[in-house]
Write a new protein. Structure first.
Length: 511
């Protein structure tokens, strides 16, 4: 009946006074039952150890670590490897873990994995990619066994870290060694191609245009000088031939008339020719002394040519033992001039051939340059790739040496696995507290349910909540016993309308 109106503190006190035993009984019994259950449940002991991650002792700017994978990912990978059947089965068999007659090895493995906990330490370093360490714990039914198993698992993690880093370093070095050999072979091939190309197109390579132009200009100058020298030597040959013919003619006249040849003019001419030869060796054709000597030679030859010439002279090329010294000298000079002209013409041909070579080099230089760019581009790429691999190979060797000296990242056991002195489950105090709370809640729920179903009227407020009518009188029983509740027994007296409207009873008797 109390569910039909708002309860007050006075009502709660009355309910507690009537139903207190219903609350006390489960509140007392349930903690006892919970503690009893805690004694029945097999205890579970947890052994834990702390493993710190020591970073590389040599700064990264000096030796870059080969293993660049995030430690969290590597830790997860190592956890999967260590929790595999091959790793856990020897531990289960050695310590006879979870061994019952009805438990299979697969079930024991599942229980083993559930009782192993790997918990990373989260800190500010973890946000920047580092990991200061992690906890390893194992839960078992025996404290000593839990400690030993935790030590075994910790050793597996430490050894697996060393093994994985060594494998990674060796794998990286083997890979780089193979790549470096391939890069060297490609670089050698490109070098051979470049050398063959340079040998084939020597003189036509990029950067040789200016030297080729300079050489072509120099050759043209030499060709002009040679051509001029040939013309001059041919002119001298013509003079020498004319002088030889004149000398032969004069010798014939002298022999016929019994006179003497003009030996003085011939001697002067020989002296001038010797002087000209000496000057042309030291000076150019425009030098004043050279010009003066040549003018004297020209005048002297005109003078000698004006002398009477005998008919049918002896051929200039036919030597004769009876020739005078002047004729013999002229013949020798003619032979020297002929040899000089022949040599100069040969030189002229050589220079012209060289000019054609350099002209061909200059004309074909653009095409050669285009092909050369492609070869040098491939060679430069191969060289850069080889140099980069060589640098990585050296870095890998230093990292390998660092790992062999155990100067890289290491797992260090900070705290050895502890021997638990009390079980982590069940906690009897927690069980007792939970039983107390559960008993109290159960008792309150039972009382609330009983009061909700109770329809007894115990006060004027109950009557008003049920009938919405005022009470005329309340009859109470007094005695040694507790008052007897009378259900639905009351007597109503209808009041006058004005009294009922006022909400006041006509009479109120007690007793």
């Amino acid at each position: 009946m109390l569910g039909h109106r708002v309860l007050t503190m006075e009502d709660y006190g009355a309910i507690l006074k009537r139903r207190w035993w219903i609350i006390v009984i489960p509140t007392v019994l349930l903690p006892i039952v919970a503690v009893a259950i805690a004694f029945v449940i097999p205890p579970q002991y947890v052994s834990q150890t702390l493993v710190l991650v020591e970073q590389q002792k040599v700064p990264d700017e000096y030796v870059k670590p080969v293993v660049s994978e995030d430690l969290t990912a590597r830790l997860a990978s190592m956890k999967e490897q260590i929790l595999s059947r091959a790793r856990l089965t020897p531990i289960i068999e050695r310590f006879n873990l979870f061994g019952t007659a009805k438990t299979s090895m697969d079930e024991r493995l599942d229980l083993m994995r559930k009782n192993i906990d790997i918990k990373p330490i989260h800190s500010e370093m973890a946000r920047t990619g580092g990991l200061p360490g992690f906890f390893i714990s194992f839960r078992g039914s025996d404290a000593r066994t839990a400690q030993l198993v935790t030590g075994e698992i910790t050793s597996l993690f430490v050894n697996e870290n060393l093994k994985s880093r060594a494998t990674s370093v060796e794998g990286t070095q083997d890979f780089l060694r193979g790549q470096l050999a391939d890069a060297k072979q490609k670089l050698d091939d490109q070098d051979a191609k470049l050398a063959a190309f340079q040998q084939k197109y020597i003189g036509k390579l990029p950067g040789e245009e200016a030297p080729n132009m300079n050489m072509l200009t120099s050759l043209n100058t030499q060709l002009d000088a040679t051509t001029q020298a040939i013309a001059r030597m041919e002119q001298d040959k013509s003079y020498e031939e004319a002088m030889l013919a004149q000398q032969q003619s004069m010798s014939a006249q002298v022999s016929e008339h019994g006179g003497v040849a003009p030996q003085a003019q011939q001697a002067d001419l020989q002296a001038l020719l010797s002087e000209e030869a000496d000057l042309t060796k030291r000076y150019t054709d425009d030098y004043p002394d050279v010009v003066a000597v040549r003018r004297k030679i020209k005048d002297l030859r005109k003078e000698m040519a004006a002398a009477p010439v005998a008919a049918a002279p002896t051929p200039v090329s036919a030597p004769n033992r009876s020739d005078s010294i002047a004729v013999q000298q002229l013949r020798a000079q003619l032979r020297a001039l002929e040899q000089g002209i022949t040599q100069k013409k040969h030189d002229q041909g050589v220079i012209q051939g060289q000019i054609r070579i350099y002209q061909d080099r200059i004309s074909s230089s653009p095409l050669v340059q285009e092909e050369y760019k492609g070869l040098t581009r491939d060679y430069t790429t191969a060289q850069a790739f080889y140099d980069d691999l060589l640098k990585k190979m050296n870095d890998s060797k230093m990292a390998t040496d660092l790992e062999k000296r155990q100067q890289g990242e290491q797992f260090r056991v900070m705290d050895e696995p502890n021997l638990p002195d009390s079980p982590s489950f069940p906690k009897r105090g927690i069980f007792a507290g939970a039983g107390l709370a559960a008993g109290l809640c159960l008792g309150l729920m039972i009382v609330a349910l009983m009061e909700y179903k109770d329809t007894a009227l115990r006060s004027e407020r109950d009557i008003w909540a049920f009938t919405k009518l005022p009470t005329l009188s309340v009859i109470a029983f007094s005695g040694e016993r507790e008052p007897v509740e009378v259900k639905r027994q009351w007597k109503f007296w209808r009041r006058k309308p004005n009294m009922a409207a006022a909400g006041k009873p006509l009479a109120n008797a007690g007793g």
